[in-house]
Design a protein around this ligand. Structure first.
Ligand code: 173
Length: 325
């Protein structure tokens, strides 16, 4: 070999070696994840356990780097961060990313388990919309059987919130307005201060979790029964999802299914425990008579579906048909 070609050959060899090592390293993907819920919430406690398992069993394949909760990315920005690929994975609920698409908030209206939604085509229909409109893969629903409630600092004796100012997210807007409430939207992180300052007379939240941010200190009443079902899911940037190799994708999907499989055992029990804990903390249940109760729950679903039908009739109809009891 001519002396002058040696550096070139060396460079090509070096480049080949570099490519080989990059290819080997590329078989392990590191996914960046954030949560729209507080780091000390039960949702995130379970998420962290799951991530530890994913990482332990996924060495050389899939790893998840949990970046943090709302301090890392504000609650209402997590959807956009996943959509644009600022992060790869998010734990969030649709109400927190209606700024990406209105359909995200429809999932609170489903009345059958995610396991059934996977079998009857609802899960595929959800993914079609999430892919197209939000550049997201809807990977799995990790919270179920958690109805929402109205929590109050003042007593009411009928399904009427006239004259009260209530903290909401999009979950509750149409229903609470139908009940006559004045509403103010805040992320969970601002509820305590709003209660403390008397800016609101109550708030919407699922049956579980009010102790995580100490709201029990300011809460006197809970209206029963609950309505809808809190949807909390793992969403993923679609480009990142498509970029996984088959082994990585299969592994991630397997772990998501394992997480979902815990739902029936975890969430009904948590709902019961949290209701008992609220009793103990002195939070009183407000119940209406049978007619009032029916009117209340019907109003919730009527208001929720009416908004969904306006925003995306085709998807709303499909979702309602596939996921109503
Ligand atoms: O009240 C909320 O912040 C909210 O919309 C929600 C949704 C799902 C789970 C917990 C809270």
């Amino acid at each position: 070999m001519k002396k002058s070609l040696k550096p070139l050959v060396g460079a090509i060899l070096g480049a080949c070696l570099l490519t080989a090592s990059v290819t080997a390293a590329a078989q392990e993907v590191m996914l960046r994840m954030v949560s729209a819920f507080a780091e000390n919430s039960y949702y995130v406690t379970l998420l962290n356990k799951w991530i530890a398992k994913v990482n332990a069993e996924g060495k050389g394949n899939v790893q998840i780097n949990f970046i943090g909760g709302p301090k890392a990315i504000p609650t209402f920005e997590v959807g956009n961060a996943v959509k644009t690929g600022v992060v790869d994975l998010g734990l969030s609920t649709g109400a927190f990313y209606t700024n990406v698409m209105p359909e995200s908030d429809f999932l609170k209206l489903t009345q059958i388990p995610i396991a059934e939604q996977r079998k009857n085509g609802a899960f595929a229909a959800i993914n079609e919309v999430w892919n197209k409109k939000a550049n997201m893969a809807y990977l799995g629903r990790v919270v179920e059987s958690q109805p929402f409630h109205v929590y109050l600092t003042k007593k009411v004796d009928k399904p009427d919130l006239a004259g009260l100012k209530i903290r909401i997210t999009p979950v509750y807007r149409d229903f609470f307005q139908a009940l006559g409430a004045n509403v103010v939207t805040t992320p969970p992180g601002e509820v305590y201060t709003a209660l403390e300052r008397g800016v609101v007379d109550g708030y919407g939240w699922p049956i579980g979790g009010i102790f995580d941010l100490n709201w029990q200190e300011k809460t006197k009443f809970r209206i029963d029964p609950g309505f809808y079902d809190a949807e909390v899911s793992i969403i993923m940037n679609l480009d990142k999802f498509k970029g996984l190799n088959p082994k990585q994708r299969a592994y991630l999907e397997k772990q998501i299914l394992a997480l979902e499989a815990q739902n029936p055992a975890v969430w009904s029990a948590y709902a019961k425990e949290e209701a008992a804990r609220q009793d103990k903390a002195g939070i009183q249940s407000i119940k209406f008579d049978a007619a009032g109760t029916k009117k209340y729950v019907d109003m919730a679903y009527d208001a929720g579906w009416a908004t969904a039908m306006k925003a995306n009739p085709e998807f709303a109809k499909k979702l309602k048909t596939l996921t109503s009891k």
